[in-house]
Write a protein that binds this ligand. Structure first.
Ligand code: G4P
Length: 526
C-alpha cells in the first residue's frame, strides 16, 4: 500500500477524460494518435480496425460490424509526460447516448472534437450540455484542417453562439486544405509547420509574435492573414482565463488534423498540463465531499458490460475510483446491500489487452468481474464509514416496447437475460400494474435491436417485441397512486425501483390527465 505522500503524488498524476463528438468528426482517429504517443499501440489503424470489427472481442459486436457503428465503450490507459492518462471511450451512435452520459459522470475533463468543415453538429451539442452541467473543463480540437473548412473566426464564434461557451484559441491555422502551411502557436510563441521547410525545420520561433523578416514565409499571404486574425483575437477576442476554463465556462481551442497527425501532440502536451487531476466528490449520504486522497478506497460503478469475451461469459463492472488506492484482494462493502465482498479478480483496461491491475488510485478505472452483484450507480468502499456517491442521472426513455419470450418453456433464460441486460443499463425495464407485463424503454431504436440480438445470442432466448411507440414518461408520488387512473392512453407501470409512473400516449393525454387530476404531481427525469 502507498503511504499518504505517495498516494497524493499518484493522484496528482492522473488525467481522466472522455472525447465527445458527432459521428465522423474524427474521435477514433484522434484517440488512435493519442495512443501512439502513449506507446500503447505501434501502428496507426489499430483502433480503426477494431472499430470495423476486425478486433471484435465478442459475438454481439457483430451488430456493430453489420452497421459499422461503435456500441461499446472501453477504457484506455497510458503514460505521457509523467502523467497517467485514462481515456474513456464512448459510443458514437446517438441511440446509445445514455451510456455516454453515464460515462461522462466518471471523467474529470472532456475533449470536444469538431469537424472544422461542419462546425458544431447535433450530437456534439447534446453531449456538450451534459458535460456543461458537470462543470468540468472542456477542451476543443477543431479537426480536419487538411481539408478546406469554415473560417476559423466563425468556428470560434459558433462556440459562443451555439453552445454559450467562450473559446480561446491556443493556436491558429495558417491556411487550410491544400494550402495548409502550419499553425501559429500563441502560447509557445512559434510556428508549427505542416511540412518541414527546406532547412529541415518543423518549428520556427516568433519574436514579439512575429517571424523574423529574413524568413521567406514572413511574406506569405496566408501567414499575413493569420497575423491579422491574431491581432483581432488579441484586441477583441476572449482573454485567457484559467479559472473559467476549469469551470467549463471557457474552452481552449486547438486546431489540427488528426488524420495527418498535425497539431495532435501540441494538443496533448497542453492538455496534460492544463487538465485537472481528480477532484473531490460530493457524497450523497453525508454532507461532505470525499477527497481523492482520502486513504480509504471508494468508487462507483458507471458502466456494466456483459460478455466482452466470448470464451468466458463474463460481466465486467467499470468502477471509477473516487478516493484512495485499489488493491487486488481487498475487502469492500457494496453500499446498496451492505454486503462485504473480496475483490480478487480485476482487470485494467488498456487499448488491446486486459492486464491485471497492479496499482490503481483515485481517477483510475478498474474493471471488476461481476457475477451479478453490481448495478449501475453502485458505490463500493473499503473503510468503516459508509460512502455513497451521488446517484448517476437517470434518463427518461421515449420509445417503448412490450416484450415476451417466444418460447414459454424458456422463461428461465428469458428472465436471466432480461435481468442482466437491465442491470447493465442496456435498456430500461417497467412492469404494468395490472398484468405485470414487461415493457422496455429506450432512448433510441438501436438499443432494442441490440437487446433482441443479445437475448438471442447470449441467453438463447428469442423475444417477441411489440412496439407501443413514443410515450412521455412521468413519475408520480406513490401516495397519489390510484390504479383506476390507468388507461391505454396513460399506461401505469412501475420502474425497477418499484416507483410508479405513467406512459402517456402524447402531450394531449398528459394534459387531459393533468386537468382531470390537478393534484397529482407529474415529474420527468433528465
Ligand atoms: P469518429 O470516430 O468521430 O466517428 O470519426 P473517425 O475517426 O472514424 O473519422 C471519420 C472519418 O474522417 C474517417 O474517414 C477518417 O479517416 C476521417 N478523418 C478523421 N480525421 C481527419 C482529418 O484530420 N482529416 C481528414 N481529411 N479526414 C479525417 P472515413 O473515410 O470514414 O474512414 P476511412 O475508411 O478513411 O478510415
Amino acid at each position: 500500500m502507498m503511504n499518504a505522500q505517495e498516494l497524493k503524488q499518484a493522484v496528482a498524476k492522473r488525467r481522466t477524460f472522455a472525447i465527445i463528438s458527432h459521428p465522423d468528426a474524427g474521435k477514433t482517429t484522434i484517440t488512435e494518435q493519442l495512443l501512439l504517443y502513449g506507446g500503447v499501440i505501434r501502428e496507426a489503424g489499430t483502433v480503426k480496425a477494431k472499430k470495423s470489427g476486425h478486433f471484435a472481442k465478442s459475438d454481439w459486436m457483430a451488430i456493430e460490424k453489420q452497421r459499422g457503428i461503435s456500441v461499446t465503450s472501453s477504457v484506455m490507459q497510458f503514460d505521457y509526460a509523467g502523467k497517467r492518462i485514462n481515456i474513456l471511450d464512448t459510443p458514437g451512435h446517438e441511440d446509445f447516448s445514455e451510456d455516454t452520459y453515464r460515462t461522462l459522470m466518471a471523467v474529470d475533463a472532456a475533449v470536444m472534437v469538431i469537424d472544422s468543415a461542419k462546425g458544431i453538429e447535433a450530437q456534439t451539442k447534446k453531449l456538450f450540455k451534459v458535460v456543461k452541467q458537470r462543470g468540468i473543463p472542456i477542451f476543443t480540437f477543431m479537426n480536419k484542417l487538411d481539408r478546406d473548412g469554415r473560417e476559423p473566426l466563425d468556428l470560434i464564434a459558433e462556440l459562443e453562439d451555439l453552445l454559450g461557451i467562450e473559446g480561446y484559441a491556443m493556436n491558429w491555422p495558417i491556411g487550410m486544405g491544400k494550402g495548409l502551411v502550419g499553425l501559429y502557436d500563441r502560447v509557445g510563441q512559434q510556428l508549427e509547420l505542416y511540412r518541414e521547410n527546406e532547412a529541415g525545420q518543423k518549428h520556427l520561433p516568433l519574436v514579439s509574435g512575429k517571424l523574423a523578416a529574413s524568413e521567406p514565409l514572413s511574406h506569405d499571404p496566408q501567414y499575413l492573414a493569420a497575423l491579422d486574425d491574431i491581432d483581432l483575437l488579441n484586441d477583441a477576442g476572449n482573454q485567457y482565463n484559467l479559472k473559467k476554463i476549469m469551470a467549463g465556462d471557457q474552452t481552449p481551442v486547438f486546431f489540427g488534423s488528426a488524420l495527418t497527425n498535425f497539431g495532435v501532440e501540441t494538443f496533448l502536451k497542453h492538455f496534460v498540463d492544463m487538465a485537472p487531476a481528480p477532484g473531490p466528490h460530493q457524497l450523497a449520504n453525508r454532507d461532505e465531499e470525499l477527497m481523492p486522497t482520502a486513504p480509504e478506497f471508494a468508487g462507483f460503478v458507471f458502466k456494466i458490460q456483459a460478455n466482452m469475451n466470448p470464451n468466458h461469459r463474463d460481466r465486467i463492472a467499470f468502477v471509477r475510483i473516487g478516493s484512495g488506492e485499489f488493491d487486488r484482494g481487498m475487502d469492500v462493502t457494496l453500499e446498496r446491500t451492505g454486503k462485504t465482498m473480496r475483490l480478487n479478480n480485476s482487470t485494467e483496461f488498456m487499448a488491446d489487452s486486459r492486464e491485471q491491475v497492479t496499482t490503481a488510485v483515485a481517477g483510475d478505472i478498474v474493471g471488476l468481474y461481476d457475477t451479478g452483484n453490481f448495478q449501475i450507480g453502485d458505490t463500493i468502499y473499503a473503510g468503516k464509514d459508509p460512502v455513497r456517491f451521488e446517484p448517476l442521472p437517470q434518463f427518461t426513455p421515449e420509445l417503448f416496447m412490450r416484450v415476451t419470450a417466444k418460447n414459454v418453456m424458456k422463461q428461465k433464460s428469458f428472465h436471466k437475460g432480461m435481468q442482466q441486460l437491465v442491470q447493465e443499463g442496456a435498456v430500461q425495464l417497467y412492469r404494468t400494474y395490472a398484468t405485470g407485463d414487461y415493457i422496455l424503454g429506450a432512448v433510441g431504436q438501436l438499443q432494442f435491436e441490440v437487446f433482441k440480438f443479445r437475448m438471442q445470442n447470449e441467453y438463447n432466448s428469442e423475444v417477441v417485441m411489440t412496439p407501443i411507440g413514443n410515450r412521455t414518461a412521468r413519475w408520480i408520488e406513490p401516495d397519489q397512486l390510484d390504479e383506476k387512473m390507468s388507461s391505454s392512453r396513460n399506461l401505469l407501470v412501475k420502474d425497477v425501483h418499484g416507483d410508479p409512473l405513467f406512459l402517456f400516449e402524447n402531450q394531449y393525454a398528459e394534459r387531459w390527465f393533468a386537468d382531470k387530476y390537478p393534484n397529482v404531481r407529474l415529474t420527468a427525469k433528465l
